[in-house]
Design a protein around this ligand. Sequence first.
Ligand SMILES: [Zn+2]
Length: 357
Amino acid sequence: MSARGAEPGTQPESARGAEPGTQPRCAREAETETDRIMTVLGPIEPDQLGACQAHEHLFVKEGPATRTFPDLLLDDYGKTLQELTTYFAAGGRSLVDAQPVGSGRMAGLQERVSRESGVHVVAATGFHRPLFYDESHWIHHASMHKLVGLFTEELETGLYLDGESAWPVERGTARAGIIKTAAGPDGISGRWGTLFDAAAETAGRTAAPVLIHTEEGHGAMEILRFFLDRGVAAHQLIFCHLDRVAGNSAYMAEVAAAGAWLELDTIGRFKYHDDREEAGTIGKLISLGHGAHMLLGLDVTRARMRAYGGTIGLAYLHDRFLPLLRQSGILEADLRRMMVENPAKALRRHTTDTRNK
Ligand SMILES: [Zn+2]
């Protein structure tokens, strides 16, 4: 059964009736950005965000990671546009692109594809897992001061269009809305600890949200304490992929109870577990009272994007998974919270009092 048009719970008033290709509306630039969400086409009010998938990948150009894992390569503008157009038709209105500076992000195309598809795109600064960088990459040796400057500049002024083979120099006007982080081989110590320090410093200065890649369902509490110790608020932190492991709901509940966000995206990823297992985890977290701390996504790759010949497509969450959640007894109000209301809170810059620039 198609989810299109029939389930107003996931399609906010502001988005209904919009057409693909309509440029997302932007708020007036002159006002304060506090409590706004920064997209690649400018700041928007939280209620303009609509149904949002909180961890996706639109473009990844060829580099060390794609040479090892060709399924990560997403470099065809027409195919990504096609995928986003289908996503919009299914009810998707926005998404977070989790590819940071210098790791193959293709920032110029993010802006263009948002304009042409009508989908709001929240872009990321910050850093990724080590596999995205070759040995000589600046990510391995830039000073903390330089990194904070770069991340802050991308949030406040514009995304760099380069940075893969040398320190970024060519800057555009689209801005980042989130800071991406991912633990390294030594977790959050060693060189990757310096990167986490830079992310925390930037989050403290800008009050921007932080998207955190975790591995194998753990590590979140250590990272949470790391950020809290450096003055970053729990509500700025979005922990991704803790649902990779089945039966991890007690750990996820602990993270949510601390005030951080859970981004669940092991959906249509059958090598980990099936969708019924995932629906059970989501139902359990809601029954434990954590429905106000959950976000959903698909973390798509080439192997999962339909337009690239992949298995499920960006629209899968709307077309297949939300109907499954309904069948499993999850209320429309809870679906709307996860898809619309929670992202609108998690992606905005929450306060002015943590800013000290
Ligand atoms: Zn990802």
